[in-house]
Ligand binder design. Structure first.
Ligand SMILES: C[S@@+](CC[C@H](N)C(=O)[O-])C[C@H]1O[C@@H](n2cnc3c(N)ncnc32)[C@H](O)[C@@H]1O
Length: 260
């Protein structure tokens, strides 16, 4: 279903800001021992999105997996897109996540697969993002779970500006985000699963986006939203354990001159 419109988050939904070390704390705590609750088998939903989205990505440009976490999805994307886009680069703010991603990539391929590499980059660090963009050139940008974790309007705006910088006026941006869920739903999920509890215990607060807010944020940033979809996300614990509201968009990396 394609959606239109522009929805703003009621102020009362806002949570306390996520402290900057929360992600490093999370990845250090779980290491490679536990599977994150969002780490689903890429052959399922990821494969489905790829089918829908791949025609919109600009051929020949690198694919940048921003906020790549442990790189599980990045490695799969590298295999999926190896022949249709350029190199695949995973970036994450957490040095521990990037170390896990590199380790996993070696484990998967047995060699340091030249088509994929990982870097520590904070998308809220404008200088680091510009330096990365200068090294890689325009890229298609792949995001799976980033903006919904940022509970501050300014942080969301800066993150989207960074994604546009990485797209460099040529690449496309795919962004899949979790939405705010019904009251009590996440708490119930966390009570049933230690992997979900670990996220909250680290200080991460998911689900900071309201329906249709994702596309509105991109439009407000002056980007053209080419596709907007609502979706139901099943975490790594499977559909029987919960179905969560999500949305994804594909945006053109070039700014619309008529927009702000
Ligand atoms: C829910 S995980 C998703 C990981 C991966 N995209 C996936 O789908 O498996 C969110 C990731 O965003 C990263 N992250 C959070 N804030 C970030 C920032 N400012 N810059 C880069 N990465 C960030 C976290 O370290 C974490 O690995």
């Amino acid at each position: 279903m394609t959606q239109t419109g522009d929805t703003r988050r009621p102020r009362e939904v806002a949570e306390p800001p996520v402290e900057s070390g929360a992600w490093e704390r999370y990845w250090s705590a779980i290491g490679s021992r536990d599977i994150p609750p969002w780490d689903t088998d890429p052959e399922g939903q990821l494969s489905d999105w790829c089918r829908q989205v791949s025609g919109l990505l600009r051929p020949g440009l690198p694919l940048m997996d921003v906020a790549c976490g442990n790189g599980h999805q990045t490695s799969w994307l590298a295999q999926r897109f190896a022949t249709s886009v350029g190199p695949v680069i995973g970036v994450d703010v957490s040095a521990t996540a990037v170390a896990l991603a590199r380790e996993q990539q070696l484990h998967l391929s047995g060699v340091d697969y030249p088509g994929v590499r990982f870097e520590v980059v904070d998308v809220l660090d404008d200088q680091a993002v510009k330096a990365l963009a200068a090294r890689t050139g325009p890229a298609n940008v792949w995001v799976r779970f980033l903006l919904h974790l940022l509970d501050d309007d300014d942080a969301r705006r800066r993150a989207i500006a960074s994604l546009a910088t990485l797209a460099g006026g040529q690449g496309r941006i795919f962004d899949y985000e979790f939405l705010a869920q019904e009251p009590g739903k996440m708490e119930g999920y966390a009570a049933r699963h230690t992997s979900v509890r670990a996220v909250f215990e680290a200080g991460v607060r998911p689900g900071q986006l309201m329906p249709r807010e994702l596309a509105a944020l991109y439009r407000d940033a002056g980007l053209t939203v080419l596709t907007e979809r609502s979706d139901e996300f099943h975490g790594a614990h499977g559909p029987a354990e919960g179905t969560f509201h999500a949305e994804w968009i594909v945006a053109g990396g070039e700014r619309d001159a008529a927009a702000v």
